[in-house]
Each structure stands twice: as structure tokens, then as C-alpha cells.
Write a protein that binds this ligand. Structure first.
Ligand code: HDD
Length: 725
């Protein structure tokens, strides 16, 4: 067996899903095991880690300055001074987790030789980093923004990265515009405002100030100026911009890649991740409040689910177009501002990814994680998608400035398979390669290239012919058809949320020219949309559409399409609101039933710690009413018992329920709990029956269902607390 084969075998020894964990073990320190004392970074034991060396008298009184001589203090301070690395220029705020990926079968073999996509016996370790785009490292999680969804597969043939987002299209078509869109959306250069949002003049100026769209639709000459963002703006302003959880988002590779095998036809491909739990969002009001109440809401939610063994799962799907059909569509399939409607190119489900391990140390495993679109493995390649071509340059480059030229040696980034080449030196080189050879060809035949038939990466031999020009094709210059398609595909309430979101953002622009201009652009997408937004933000109210809406829709563009076939409350956070005097039996029963359905329950009481039931038995409240507000939960249950009168006299408890109701949370109550809802919380628009004794109610989406629900039956029957769509 060759050395390479041996190395692969030993790296993957044991269960393959733990291969990356085993690999990182080499660099891991478990402080609870082995030696336990303090040393300098050069290994000398430290006798005093609390005082800087200084001059004092015999009594210990300080009589002189600190001494520069203190090598121990100097080393500690210098190390601290250099703790930070530059944050990512975009996607600075993020979190991540490890897991594994497996294909269901070998159906993708007709397209590709990539074994990660075709060998069902393999389990490939993965690391996924989720992020927001605009804000800095310390910004909040639930801002309105695109979410990054970057997946690193540690395959036996090397690392493969799908550096995607939770939205299938991008703002721009050409990488050369990336610095402009990023500068426009990021805080403005004069005052560094705003943080964690796109609601400011520069962003809306950039996405609105594009002269072409004001001309007739067909632009008869090649244009260098973009007007492309219309489609993606619709997505970000929709509910997609405020996900309920990172675990409830779709992921998209966005760019068009290619699949190929030796001597086969080239296929264009788009990658999709579909979450097991469906696609769900926060309400905007909720998101705004969570930003203040718990800015780490998303990262905590990810780790909470993993810690409770409810591992986030996504299906990997592909859309494939053979090269021979490239020009059959009325959009260019290499244009990253366009999606491939599923009605035209169906999704093929090929595998599943599970995240089951949180990082042990954030900095070394998440902050230092680095992705490159150019990292592909044999059988997967690039297309001429101009955005992808530019990205392939940009990522490697940015990693060098963020982490140094040897960034691929860092534990989270290094492949599991052997890395054997003649690249050497550079800052922070870790590996020590023995011997005198560092070039190819060499007399020892060390590290020879590998022919494609034995696994060497082969670029698909594509025929190319043309003129060198800075232009874009005609199909690249149509920007509104798919923006309309997206808008038309939304449910009425999703459309309303979109109107509200754009209205919020434009209201934050104080330059009249900017918000007036964007309301004009909306009229190229939909007349009603433009009218509603213009009326609320003082924009230009149109009297007729600037472009007729074609009326087409695609059902998979609404989040509703992804509701799981069997409704689930797995991992949902359910609050049980109590005061002293509650009915303990009901609380225990509902807790048991909800836990059986893998929901997470939290008792919220007047204080953290002991609260007392009607019989005087104690139960530990996880939080108090002020500590954790309704925004942090998916549903709430109020048991019966005299405690309801205490709740009814507590303004915060009333606010708790009213706010939950306002955010369309499911609310369940029994007995006196129902009186609390009816007489104290007075949920608007809800009619309760007159006689509610011993009854239970569920209020869901403003509809009340009364009846006697059994607390002993199965979790699904119990109060029918279901996840909100
Ligand atoms: Fe990018 C980071 C996704 C276009 C240049 N990008 C970055 C991350 C994600 C994406 C998820 C965070 C990776 C991580 O977690 O470390 N970017 C996208 C998508 C795009 C896209 C889906 C469009 C299809 N990006 C894009 C272009 C360029 C860049 C056109 C430059 C020409 N992106 C970068 C970057 C970043 C980055 C500056 C910042 C940090 C990093 O790369 O590692 O190089």
C-alpha cells in the first residue's frame, strides 16, 4: 500500500464520522486531565501570576516602579495584546458546529465521480459556520440580514467547501462589484452607523441608484452598470431575513458549479440544503426585541439543540442541467442573481447532513475556520458564473490576510487526508518536512503528480472561443422577472411582512432622493407593493405599474412549502408560566408529554428557584418573568390553580402573555389559567365560552379552541401545542 493510502486509512480509522475529531485531538488540551500547574509559554513553572515584579521595602510596601525586567508579566501582556485577529470583512458574526454527511445512494453517479456525493458507505465529517453579513463580530444574532451557510466537507480526497447563504440568489452578478455592495451595506464611513442592519441611506442608494431600470426594459447596448439587486432585496426583506433558528433555514450554494466524471458530459449544478424542521422565521417585532434581550439567541439555540441531543439535520439536494441544455432558459443559468425554478429544474435529494458536536474552543475552531469556494474535489468543478470566478480568487486571498499564508495547517482547516507538496515556509509554518527536496521534478520522485485515473484532480476540458471584453450577456441584463416571481409566490401575510420590512428600512433613510428612488424601483416589481411602501414612507406613489407583473409564481419560494409533513415540536422552547399556587400535577404531566415529543420546557415564575404549588410542594422555576421574556419561547402554557389570581395582578405576567399573543405564539391554558387569559390578559379579538370550568383552551393564530384535553394522553394530543409556521 502506498504511503498516501496508508495515511488515509489511519486518518479514517475508527468510525469515519469521528475522523475529524480524532485529527483535532492532536492539538487538544484537556485541562481536567494530566499535569495541573501554571507555566509561561516557554514552559517554565510560574510561582506568582498575580503581581508584577516591583521594588518594595522589607515590609512589602511598594517603594518603586514596576520592573521591565519581569519576563513573565511581559510575556503575558504581549500575548494578550495580540489576541485579536482581523475580523472577517463580511460575515464577521458567526457560530458553527461539527457533524457528518452521508449520501442515500449512488444516484449522483450519472453526473459525477466525486465519491463524497456517490458512495453511500462513506460518512464524511463536516464543519458548518453560520453567520450574518453586515454586522461586526459583536453584533446581535437576530438582525435582518442574509445568513451565511458555509459547509466544509473533510473528504478522503481533500476538503470541499460549499460557501453558501440562506438565500438562493446574490445582489450582484460580477465579483468586481463586491467591494461596492459591501461598502454600501456596511456602516457608513464617516460615523460607523448603522451596526447590524441595512436600514441606511448608502445601502438603499446603491441598490436603488441604477439608471438602467428607468429605461425601457431591453437595454440595446452592453452595460457596465449593475442593476441586479432587486431580486435579492425581495428575499432579504422577506421573512427569510429574520430566521427563527439557524437550524430552520435553507442553505444554498448560490453559484452554479459543475459535476463531471472522466470522459462524461459536463453538468451544471446548484446545491440546496433543506432543514428537517422546516423553514421558520421570527416576527420582526420579536427579532428587534431579542436583539436586546438575548443578542446570542441563535448561537445559544444551536448549542442548546445539540446539547439536548436534537441534532440539526438538512437534506442535500441538487438541481442539475446538462451542458447541452445550457441555453434553453429565459434567464442565464450562470447568473447568480437568478434561481432555477423547481418547476423547470426539479430538486434531487441525494444525502443528509447532521450536526452533532459543538466546538470545544470558539476561537481556534470557529474564528479561525476559513472557507474557499475554490476548494473542490475531483468530480466537482466551476462554471463560468462570473461571480464564482471572482470568489475563487477572493477567499484564499482574504485568509492570507486574516490568518497568514499557512492558514490551511490550522486544526479546523486542515484536511484529514494527507497534504503532500513542495509549498514551504511562510509565517507560522507548523509542519516540519524532512529531507532536502522542495521542488518538482526531483531525482527522488518525491510527491509526484497523480494522473486523473488514479484520483488526480482533472479540470473538465472545456472548449472556449471569444473576444476579450468587459460586457455582460443580454440575459444578464433583465432584473425584474424573478423579483416578481418571488413576490408573487409569497402567502398574503408574507407579502405584508415584506411591505413592512421595506417600509421600516426606507424610513431609516433620511435622504429623500434615496427613499423616493427605491419606491420607484419597487413599481417595476409590483404596483401594489410599490404603492403600499410609498404611502408609508412618503415615497413616490405610483398611479400605474412601471412594468406589468407577469403573474407567475413558484410554490417552493414560500416558506410554507417547507413545513415538515408530520408537524413537529422537536427542540421548540415552551414556557410554563406560574406563580405560587399552581397545579403541580398538570405541570408535571405537560412537561412529561412535551419532553416525550422532544420539546424543551422552562418554568417561568415570579422568581428563579423555588415556587410553590397549591399543595405547598416546590418546583424550581428556571427563570423569572423579567429574566426571560415571551420572545425567547415558541409557546406558553398556563396551568390551573389559584396562582392565576397572582398572575392577573402582575403587570409583567400580563404583558408576557399579551406579547406572546401579539407574536402569534400558541398559548395553552387550563381552568383558572383560562380566566387569566380571558379576564386579565384580555387577548384582543378572542371570544371565550361563558362556562370554562375545568376546560382547557389553546389559542393559536388568534383562534381559540376550547375543550377538555387529556393531560394523560400522548404528547401530540396534549393541548395540541404545535410549532408555529
Ligand atoms: Fe463571500 C465570506 C457567502 C460572494 C468574498 N462569503 C463569506 C462567508 C459566506 C459567504 C457564507 C463566510 C464564510 C465563513 O463562515 O467563514 N459570498 C457568499 C455567497 C456569495 C458571496 C453565497 C455569492 C454567491 N464573497 C462573495 C464575492 C466575494 C466574496 C463576490 C468577493 C469577490 N466572502 C468574501 C470574503 C469573505 C467572504 C471577503 C470574508 C471572510 C472570508 O471570505 O473568509 O473573501
Amino acid at each position: 500500500m502506498s504511503t498516501v493510502a496508508e495515511a488515509i486509512k489511519s486518518a479514517f480509522a475508527g468510525p469515519a464520522r469521528t475522523a475529524k475529531a480524532n485529527d483535532m485531538q492532536r492539538d487538544m488540551l484537556d485541562p481536567s486531565k494530566g499535569e495541573n500547574y501554571h507555566t509561561t509559554s516557554h514552559g517554565v513553572k510560574v510561582a506568582n501570576d498575580d503581581s508584577w515584579l516591583k521594588v518594595s521595602d522589607a515590609s512589602g510596601k511598594n517603594v518603586g516602579p514596576h520592573l521591565l525586567e519581569d519576563q513573565i508579566a511581559r510575556e503575558k501582556i504581549t500575548s494578550f495584546d495580540h489576541e485579536r485577529i482581523p475580523e472577517r470583512v463580511v460575515h464577521a458574526r458567526g457560530t458553527g458546529a461539527f457533524g457528518h454527511f452521508k449520501v442515500y445512494d449512488d444516484r449522483a453517479k450519472k453526473y459525477t465521480s466525486a465519491e463524497v456525493l456517490t458512495d453511500p458507505r462513506r460518512t464524511t465529517p463536516v464543519f458548518v459556520r453560520f453567520s450574518t453579513v453586515q454586522g461586526s463580530r459583536g453584533s446581535a444574532d437576530t438582525v435582518r440580514d442574509v445568513r451565511g451557510f458555509a459547509v466544509k466537507f473533510y473528504t478522503e480526497e481533500g476538503n470541499w467547501d460549499i460557501v453558501g447563504n440562506d438565500i438562493p440568489v446574490f445582489f450582484i452578478q460580477e465579483a468586481i462589484k463586491f467591494p461596492d455592495i459591501v461598502h454600501a451595506v456596511k456602516p457608513e464611513p464617516n460615523n460607523e452607523v448603522p451596526q447590524g442592519q441595512s436600514a441606511h441611506n448608502n445601502f438603499w442608494d446603491f441598490v436603488g441608484l441604477q439608471p438602467e431600470c428607468m429605461r425601457p426594459f431591453f437595454v440595446p447596448f452592453p452595460s457596465l452598470i449593475d442593476y441586479l439587486a432587486a431580486h435579492m432585496v425581495m428575499w432579504v426583506m422577506s421573512d427569510r431575513g429574520v430566521p427563527r433558528s439557524l437550524r430552520m433555514m435553507q442553505g444554498f450554494g448560490v453559484n452554479t458549479y459543475t459535476l463531471h466524471k472522466l470522459h462524461g458530459e459536463l453538468h451544471f449544478v446548484k446545491f440546496h440544503w433543506i432543514p428537517e424542521l422546516g423553514v421558520h422565521s421570527l416576527m420582526w417585532d420579536e427579532a428587534l426585541k431579542i436583539n436586546g434581550q438575548d443578542p446570542d439567541f441563535h448561537r445559544k439555540d444551536l448549542y442548546e439543540a445539540i446539547a439536548n441531543g436534537i441534532f440539526p439535520k438538512w437534506k442535500l439536494c441538487i438541481q442539475v442541467i446538462p451542458q447541452s441544455r445550457e441555453h434553453e432558459f429565459d434567464f442565464d443559468i450562470l447568473d447568480a442573481t437568478k434561481l432555477w425554478p423547481e418547476e423547470l429544474v426539479p430538486l434531487e435529494e441525494i444525502g443528509e447532513m447532521v450536526l452533532d458536536r459543538a466546538p470545544e474552543e470558539f476561537f481556534s475552531q470557529v474564528e479561525q475556520a476559513a472557507f474557499c469556494t475554490s476548494h473542490v474535489v475531483p468530480g466537482i468543478g466551476f462554471s463560468d458564473d462570473p461571480l464564482l470566478q471572482g470568489r475563487n480568487f477572493s477567499y484564499q486571498d482574504t485568509q492570507i490576510s486574516r490568518l497568514g499564508v499557512n492558514w490551511q495547517e490550522l486544526p479546523v482547516n486542515r484536511p484529514i487526508c494527507p497534504v503532500l507538496n513542495h509549498q514551504r515556509d511562510g509565517k507560522m509554518r507548523h509542519r516540519i518536512t524532512q529531507g532536502s527536496i522542495n521542488y518538482w521534478p526531483n531525482r527522488k520522485e518525491q510527491f509526484p503528480p497523480v494522473p486523473p485515473s488514479e484520483g488526480g484532480y482533472e479540470t473538465y476540458p472545456q472548449k472556449v472561443e471569444g473576444m476579450k471584453q468587459r460586457i455582460r450577456g443580454a440575459k444578464f441584463q433583465e432584473h425584474f422577472n424573478q423579483a416578481q416571481l418571488f413576490y408573487n409566490s409569497l402567502a398574503p401575510y408574507e407579502k405584508q411582512h415584506l411591505v413592512n420590512a421595506i417600509s421600516f428600512e426606507l424610513d431609516h433613510c433620511d435622504d429623500r432622493g434615496v427613499y423616493e428612488q427605491y419606491t420607484k424601483i419597487l413599481n417595476f416589481i409590483d404596483f401594489n407593493l410599490a404603492k403600499q411602501v410609498a404611502l408609508s414612507v412618503g415615497g413616490v406613489v405610483p398611479d400605474r405599474p412601471a412594468k406589468p407583473n407577469h403573474g407567475d409564481s413558484s410554490r417552493s419560494l414560500s416558506q410554507l412549502y417547507y413545513a415538515p409533513k408530520t408537524p413537529t415540536i422537536k427542540s421548540r422552547r415552551i414556557a410554563i408560566l406560574v406563580a405560587d399556587g399552581f397545579n403541580l400535577a398538570e405541570v408535571l404531566a405537560i412537561r412529561a408529554a412535551l419532553s416525550a415529543a422532544q420539546a424543551l420546557t422552562f418554568v417561568i415564575g415570579p422568581r428563579r428557584g423555588e415556587v410553590f404549588s397549591a399543595e405547598g410542594r416546590s418546583l424550581a422555576a428556571d427563570h423569572h418573568y423579567e429574566g426571560q421574556r415571551s420572545t425567547l419561547f415558541d409557546a406558553v402554557f398556563i396551568p390551573s390553580g389559584e396562582h392565576a389570581y397572582a398572575l392577573a395582578n402582575n403587570g409583567r405576567a400580563i404583558h408576557w402573555i399579551r406579547e406572546a399573543f401579539g407574536h402569534c405564539k400558541t398559548i395553552g391554558a387550563i381552568g383558572e389559567g383560562v380566566y387569566f387569559l380571558r379576564d386579565a390578559a384580555r387577548l384582543p379579538g378572542i371570544k371565550f365560552q361563558d362556562d370554562l370550568d375545568n376546560d382547557a383552551v389553546v389559542v393559536s393564530y388568534g383562534v381559540v379552541t376550547a375543550g377538555t384535553y387529556s393531560l394523560k394522553s400522548t404528547a401530540r394530543d396534549t393541548l395540541k401545542i404545535t410549532s408555529g409556521e
